[in-house]
Design a protein around this ligand. Structure first.
Ligand SMILES: Cc1cc2nc3c(=O)[nH]c(=O)nc-3n(C[C@H](O)[C@H](O)[C@H](O)COP(=O)(O)OP(=O)(O)OC[C@H]3O[C@@H](n4cnc5c(N)ncnc54)[C@H](O)[C@@H]3O)c2cc1C
Length: 424
C-alpha cells in the first residue's frame, strides 16, 4: 500500500489533521481499535477558547502557572490565538456547544481564573470527535482502516517513508507515504490505574525512542485527582474537574475538607495522596452536595448515571475518589508546526510535545492544543509538499515483532525512569 499522507490514530488530532488537507491529496488513516475507541471520545469537561481580547492575558497566565512556567510561551500564544478559528471550524462541522440563547455558555474548571470552557453536557469529546469522524467518512480522499496497529516505522537515515503494522488477524503489511503523522494519543495503557483506554500504550513514543527521534519531558505525566474508586479491572472512570469547578468539595474520612479543590491538578492530587496516607485509606470522598440537583442532572448526566450504576446517588451521598494516571504532557518533540526531528515525520495530539502544557496541563487545554497543532501540521505539509524519491515497499519480517508489546512497554518505562533520574 502507499498513500500521499498517512495518519496513525483517529482521535481529534488525527481526524482534524486529515480534514485540513485539500481534497486532491490521498489520506490514509489507520487506527489500532475501532474508530470510536479513542480518548478523544472520553473528554468530559470541555474545550477552552479565547472569549475575547480582555481574557488573553489571564488565559495565558493560567496556562503558564498550571505548567509551573515550564511551558513554551510561543506555543501557548499560538494555541490561544488560534482557538476561535478552531471553534468556528468545529461548529461548521455541526458540533453543538451549550448556549444561553444565541451566546455560548462557558464553564470553569480548576486553576482557571475565569469561565472560558465550551462544553456539551459532560460529553464534549464525544460531540466533537463524532462530528469530525462523520465529516472525515464523507470525504472521498480520506480512507480509514480500523484495527490496524503500527508496530514500526520505515526509515532510511533520518527520513520516514511510512510504517509497518498488523491487522486484527495478525497479518503484517507495510504502508509507504510521502508524509507520516503520528497521532497515537497517550500512554495510560502502560499504567495499572489510568483513565485512558487500555490500548493506548505509547507505541509512537516507543518507535521514536527506537529511532532516536528527539523527545521532550517524557517524565511529565499528569495524575488526575478525581477518578471513581473501584476494585474492578479496566479503565478508571473520571469525575470531571468541572464538577469541582461547579462547587463539589473533597472530604476525608471524617467528612472534613482538606484542600482548595480549585488548585491545579498536581497540587490537588498531592494533597489527596497525603490525606490518604495520613488516614491509612484507599480513597477520599467527593461531595456534590453544593451543586443543585437539577444542575447535576443536566450538566453531568453521564457522571450521574455512571455513579448510579456503581451504586452511588451523587445527589444524596458523597462518592469515593482516588487519583489516577490521566495525561502525558511530554512526548515526541515537535516544532510550532508539529514537525519532529525526523524528515517527513510529524506528531500531533497527546503523543507530541510542543511545550504548551509545561509540567502540568491546565484543564480543557488538551483538546484545543491537539486541534490547533494538528491543523498546523497539515498546513506545513501542504506548503512544503514533495514526493518520496523511493516509495518501494520493504520486505516485512513478522518474526521481528513477536514480543513487541513487552519490549516497547519496557523501553518506554525505562526511558521515563532515566529522564526522571536525570532531574534528580
Ligand atoms: C477520561 C478523560 C477525560 C478527558 N477530558 C478532557 C477534557 O474535558 N478536555 C480536554 O481538553 N481534554 C480532556 N482529556 C484529554 C483529551 O481527551 C486527550 O488528550 C485528547 O483527546 C488526545 O487526542 P489524540 O487525538 O491525541 O489521542 P486519542 O484521542 O487518544 O487517539 C489516539 C488514537 O491513536 C490510535 N492508536 C494508538 N496507538 C496506535 C497504533 N500503534 N497504531 C494505530 N493506531 C494507534 C488509537 O486507536 C486512537 O485512534 C480527557 C482524557 C480522558 C482520558
Amino acid at each position: 500500500m502507499n498513500t500521499d499522507i498517512l495518519i496513525v490514530g483517529c482521535g481529534v488530532a488525527g481526524l482534524y489533521c486529515a480534514l485540513n488537507f485539500p481534497e486532491n491529496r490521498n489520506i490514509l488513516i489507520v487506527t489500532k481499535n475501532i474508530a470510536r475507541k479513542s480518548d478523544s471520545y472520553l473528554a468530559q469537561g470541555g474545550i477552552c477558547v479565547l472569549r475575547d481580547e480582555d481574557d488573553y492575558k489571564a488565559f495565558f497566565e493560567d496556562t503558564m502557572k498550571a505548567g509551573h512556567y515550564e511551558n513554551n510561551p510561543e506555543s501557548v500564544d499560538i494555541m490561544i490565538r488560534s482557538s476561535q478559528g478552531v471553534i468556528e471550524d468545529l461548529v461548521s462541522f455541526g458540533v453543538r456547544f451549550e448556549k444561553n440563547g444565541e451566546a455560548f455558555n462557558y464553564t470553569r474548571e480548576g486553576a482557571h481564573s475565569a469561565p472560558r470552557i465550551l462544553f456539551h453536557e459532560d460529553e464534549t469529546g464525544k460531540e466533537i470527535t463524532s462530528h469530525l469522524l462523520e465529516t472525515a467518512r464523507k470525504r472521498k480522499n480520506i480512507t480509514l482502516i480500523e484495527n490496524f496497529t503500527m508496530v514500526d516505522l520505515i526509515c532510511d537515515d533520518n527520513e520516514c517513508r511510512g510504517i509497518i503494522g498488523h491487522d486484527e488477524n495478525g497479518d503484517f503489511n507495510a504502508i509507504t507515504a510521502n508524509y507520516t503523522v503520528l497521532a497515537t494519543g497517550g500512554i495510560g495503557g502502560l499504567f495499572e490505574h489510568s483513565t485512558n483506554y487500555r490500548h493506548l500504550t505509547g507505541d509512537a513514543l516507543a518507535l521514536a525512542i527506537k529511532y532516536g527521534v528527539k523527545l521532550q519531558h517524557i517524565d511529565y505525566i499528569q495524575i488526575h485527582p478525581t477518578t471513581l474508586f473501584t476494585k474492578k479491572d479496566g479503565r478508571e472512570f473520571l469525575i470531571s474537574e468541572s464538577v469541582r469547578g461547579e462547587g463539589a468539595i473533597l472530604l476525608n474520612s471524617k467528612g472534613e475538607r482538606f484542600v482548595n479543590e480549585l488548585l491545579p491538578r498536581d497540587k490537588v492530587s498531592k494533597a489527596i495522596f497525603a490525606e490518604m496516607e495520613k488516614e491509612g485509606t484507599e480513597h477520599v470522598w467527593l461531595s456534590l452536595a453544593p451543586i443543585p440537583e437539577e444542575e447535576i442532572k443536566t450538566h453531568f448526566p453521564n457522571i450521574y448515571q455512571r455513579c448510579l450504576d456503581e451504586g452511588y446517588d451523587v445527589t444524596k451521598e458523597p462518592i469515593p475518589v482516588v487519583p489516577s494516571q490521566h495525561y502525558f504532557m511530554g512526548g515526541i518533540d515537535v516544532n510550532g508546526f508539529s514537525k519532529t526531528s525526523m524528515d517527513r515525520l510529524y506528531a500531533v495530539g497527546e503523543t507530541a510535545c510542543n511545550g504548551v502544557h509545561g509540567r502540568n496541563r491546565l484543564a480543557s487545554n488538551s483538546l484545543l492544543e491537539s486541534l490547533v497543532f494538528a491543523k498546523r501540521a497539515a498546513s506545513d505539509i501542504n506548503l512544503n509538499y514533495n514526493s518520496l524519491k523511493d516509495d518501494s515497499l520493504p520486505e516485512v519480517k513478522p518474526e521481528k515483532y513477536e514480543n513487541y508489546k513487552e519490549e516497547y512497554k519496557e523501553l518506554i518505562l525505562r526511558s521515563i525512569e532515566e529522564e526522571k533520574q536525570s532531574h534528580e
